[in-house]
Design a protein around this ligand. Sequence first.
Ligand code: GDD
Ligand code: MG
Length: 362
Amino acid sequence: MKTVVLAGGFATRLRPLSCSRPKTLFPIVNKPLLQWIFEELAVNDVKEVILAVNTLTQFHIRQQKLPKYGLKIKYAIDPPKMPLGTAGPIKNTEKIVGHDEPFVVLNGDILTSINYKQLMDTHIKTKALATIALCEVDDPCRYGVAELEKGNRIKSFIEKPAKGQAPTNFINAGAYILSPKVFDYIPRGKQCSIEREVFPLLAKEQKLFGHMFNGLWMDIGKPEEYLLTNKIILDRLISANKIKIFKNVKAEMPVAIDRHVGIGKKTVVGPYAVLGKNVVIGDNVQICNSVVFPDAKIGDNTTVSGAIIGEGAIVGKNVQVNNGCIIADQAKIGDNVNLIEDFAVCPAKEVSETILKRNIIC
Ligand code: GDD
Ligand code: MG
């Protein structure tokens, strides 16, 4: 099986953390999301992955030198300064994918345990042109929504319906099987959305099918979803006994602590804290429900709760980093600062005074 992973776009909802890294490289429990995706694809008998990206994302991915788990990795690059949307980049892979057999397409910002072989079986059985993996959610409005008929044929597909307008709670999980014929539905070198322009057309032609699945499914598109994904993976790792318990650290499990992390006296880590490589934490720090990216430093007597601290960021002493705060890469928070909930600091910016108004420092 060949798989196209869509990993371009702007990731606006994850700014300012996404100013300096693509969504697909956000660490989930200290491992880039794309590495989780590669691992999962390799156990699903996928042999070749085509990353549909822009040049900047390609640069970041290459720099990471991710393990490939035996997969052959190729790139299909969006034209300069012209993001192609979600269908344009698929068209851009036509030469690499070829016309021999159906292939998998995956959004690069989801973590899932979908069984791609089963998805492919459904696709072949129904003779569909496209088969969408569907899962059920409470609020479908920020996703693509499918209305199903007998035999799992999708009668209509509506991308991000207005509140109260979604016909069902079955949403596009961001994983499909496409037959090569679908290439003919997408214009070459133009921006095109598979969800808004191609799926509705295929539904009308009765060639679009759904495949319901249960199991792990997370979209890391928003900061709260990113934190929740880390929590869920921590829970899974702890129940599978795959988390190291550290001696000499006051840890309220589950927590994950990467290599070369320094933690001071009387500091409590967790529950639900992820500390990246080379992180240094002072004395008497409380850190819970948070992710700290590699090389960040947190000073004595500081509290971090429900926040994301970017790579190489420096948080001073006696600081309060409250729920929903995002401190982007290399940003600096001075001593004795209290950051109000949901406050965001852009990369390399400094904050030296307490912030009581909801805002973003850029
Ligand atoms: N190469 C490339 N070029 N990739 C892109 C571009 C682009 O211009 N724009 C977006 N992508 C990639 C993103 O990186 C992401 O992996 C994927 O396409 C989907 O884009 P998102 O921006 O994350 O879309 P969404 O989350 O709002 O909605 C999509 O995912 C939902 C499931 O998480 C849709 O497919 C929905 O129908 C679906 O329910
Ligand atoms: Mg998304």
